[in-house]
Design a binder for this molecule. Structure first.
Ligand code: M6R
Length: 640
């Protein structure tokens, strides 16, 4: 949700800033802008070059190529609009009245209205509707006061002014500031929004996320909450919120998975759907050891501390969007496989109406990005309210399930289950959803084994049989993805003009119906709803007619016959029926079958989700839409 970059060093900043923004464009693409500081003929103040453009990054790139943005230091921003329409005047960077100071920000300044009114009362004229614009005005005014007191312009003065302004800002932010009077300095700060510093040779690149740094350096220094840094070509001065100097050792970015590459696929989303067999193969290799005869080896190898899992009585899952759908499947697994009571919450709701505290409870934050503000805030609140209780039974136990172990989530929770799916660029989550599901299978197996003789859940023999079936998953997924890619492409034209689609599922496949509807909505802009199939007759059935396709997930198991009956009810109202089901006499009622192999019902979501993803993808692609960057959305939602 907005991406920021900032560079200082000894080469032209603009090309690297644009490249960084290209890597961060998945975070927002309503507008983009950069500001560079160029010392011309040795003159101070230097000249600030600020270029901004509405729409995607290509528009800004064209402007930079045409007009130029010289300078060895600069900041950049790609925007997902919160305050103010996606117009050029609301694009970042925002400047102070003199045009000498520029700021980019990711987050929300919650008290911006009050600050704006105070500044306006002092004669400040605002040029945008954004919350961010208060920052350059506040910093510039503080700088003017300090200079009036006899202090000379310098990077240290800029740092001091920013440090003194930050306590006035309420909310979450990551920001970068440059000042034409201190052209060799860059000041960055973060509070509850991500910001990383990449260490190059005689240069530093700051960014909201690792993809912007991957081609620049592997040595990074993730900033902690409340920290502020002054960067010059000579080094970093890092300070905590109290203004104390901080020394921290940088870390190394691992692997090559931080680099985004579409390969020969038309869209990142399609590539990421096709990568799911590898996601599964990696998970099987890491966590499902081959059974050894006679040995009491665990079914799953999950690197979790005993302190998190011992004596657990309850699990609560916090997540948003697709991650919440994974959590809903997870809850089903934890209850049905491991026999442990589990609740799922929208993270955005949990924070403001938390349930009564329960003892011996594991709280799991599920977020592929590890940066979703609602999920982080809910987890932090849970951690805090449990810390207030003296009884150790209520002590916080926090686990994160994420694709970004190095994210803010990773730093907040006690332990992380890294789904290791590799970078996902498409805004619509696909392979990370599968990775989250697999993490829940692992967790459910681990808890089931730990609870051994539990009266609930599946027996050890049933669990062994399930684990054996799971080993087939990578091959099953390979065949399924290839097959449904062709089938869904051929089918897509039939739904290109459809207005509404209903997705039905029951039991463990109800969240997959929700996920199918969400995928279709977000990338094709077709209205879609997911329902528990048995709920249709309690209202939504009134929507059905020949114009409303119904996608029904009907797999053998506890509710197979019931789902087929619910599908019949829809057919009787002339709905076009698409069945995600095994082929055979039972499923002949469907107009179209998207076949899935028969597996234990508990494993079926790992397969039924594939036709959902591919159907949505091909409908959106057929409609000629921007599948990877759908309107109004962003990959990582770092505002509440
Ligand atoms: O990074 P997270 O998993 O926390 O993101 C949560 C949602 O914003 C996300 O799943 C969103 O619903 C996706 N666009 C779904 O495709």
């Amino acid at each position: 949700m907005c991406g920021i970059v900032a560079l200082i060093g000894s080469r032209e900043a603009a090309p690297q800033l644009l490249e960084g923004l290209r890597q961060l464009e998945y975070r927002g693409y309503d507008s983009a802008g950069i500001a560079t500081v160029a010392v011309e003929a040795g003159c101070i103040p230097a000249r600030l070059h600020c270029l901004r453009a509405e729409g995607k990054l290509v528009n800004l790139t064209a402007r930079v190529e045409a007009q130029g943005a010289p300078g060895l230091c600069g900041i950049g921003h790609t925007r997902w609009a919160t305050h103010g329409k996606p117009e050029e005047r609301n694009a970042h960077p925002h400047l102070d009245g003199s045009g000498q100071l520029a700021v980019v920000q990711n987050g929300i300044i919650e008290n911006h209205r009050v600050l704006r009114e105070e500044l306006q009362a002092k004669g400040v004229v605002f040029k945008s509707d954004t919350d961010t614009e208060v920052i350059p005005h506040l910093v510039a005014r503080r700088l003017a006061e300090l200079q009036a007191g006899g202090l000379l312009a310098s990077g240290s003065l800029l740092l001091r002014a920013v440090q003194e302004v930050l306590p006035l800002l309420h909310g979450a932010y990551a920001l970068a500031v440059v000042w034409a009077q201190a052209p060799g300095a860059l000041v960055v700060a973060r509070k509850a929004a991500p910001l990383l510093i990449g260490l190059g040779e005689g240069e530093f690149l700051c960014a909201s996320d690792t993809p912007a740094l991957a081609g620049f350096t592997r040595t990074i220094l993730p900033m902690e909450d409340g920290e502020v840094a002054l960067l010059t070509p000579l080094g970093i001065e890092l300070y905590d919120a109290a203004g104390e100097r901080v020394q921290r050792t940088p870390t190394l970015l691992s692997g090559t998975e931080h680099v985004a590459d579409k390969r020969s696929f038309r869209h990142f989303m399609l590539k990421e759907i096709h990568e799911q067999p590898e996601t599964a193969a990696l998970w099987v290799a890491r966590h499902l050891p081959e059974p050894t005869v006679g040995a009491a080896a665990p079914l799953v190898a999950l690197p979790l501390d005993a302190g998190l899992l011992d004596g657990l009585e309850r699990v609560q899952l916090l997540a948003c969007g697709t991650s919440r759908h994974a959590a809903q499947v997870g809850a089903y697994l934890l209850e049905q496989l491991a026999g442990i009571p589990t609740d799922v919450f929208y993270a955005s709701e949990f924070r403001y109406a938390p349930p009564p505290l329960s003892a011996h409870t594991l709280t799991v934050g599920v977020t592929q990005s590890g940066e979703t503000a609602d999920t982080l805030a809910a987890l932090a609140m849970e951690q805090e309210r449990r810390r207030q209780v003296a009884d150790p039974a209520y002590a916080p136990r926090l686990l994160g399930i994420t694709n970004r172990a190095e994210s803010s989530l990773g730093r907040l929770v006690d332990q992380v289950l890294d789904i290791g799916a590799g970078i996902e660029v498409g805004v619509a989550a696909t392979k990370t959803f599968l990775g989250q599901l697999l993490a829940f299978y692992g967790l459910a197996f681990a808890l089931a084994e730990r609870r051994g003789g539990s009266i609930n859940g599946r027996s050890p023999e049933q669990r062994r049989a399930l684990a054996q079936q799971l080993r087939q998953l990578p091959q099953q997924l390979r065949a399924l993805v290839d097959d449904h890619d062709r089938r869904c492409e051929a089918l897509a034209h039939r739904f290109a003009e459809t207005q509404d689609v209903i997705f039905l599922g029951r039991g463990i496949n109800y969240p997959i119906a929700l996920e199918g509807a969400l995928k279709l909505k977000e990338i094709s802009y077709i209205h879609a709803e997911g329902y528990p199939a048995g709920e249709m007759k309690h209202g939504p059935i009134a929507l059905l007619d020949a114009q409303v396709p119904v996608v029904s997930i009907a797999v053998p198991g506890t509710v197979f016959d019931k789902v087929l009956s619910n599908a019949q009810e829809a057919k009787a109202r002339d709905a076009q029926l698409i069945g995600v089901a095994p082929e055979g006499p039972d499923t002949e009622l469907f107009d179209v079958v998207l076949p899935v192999p028969e597996v234990d019902e508990l494993l079926s979501p790992l397969l039924t989700v594939i036709p959902m993803q591919l159907l949505s993808y091909h409908i959106a692609a057929h409609r000629g839409l921007d599948v990877d960057q759908p309107r109004n959305l962003a990959k990582s939602v770092t505002v509440e």
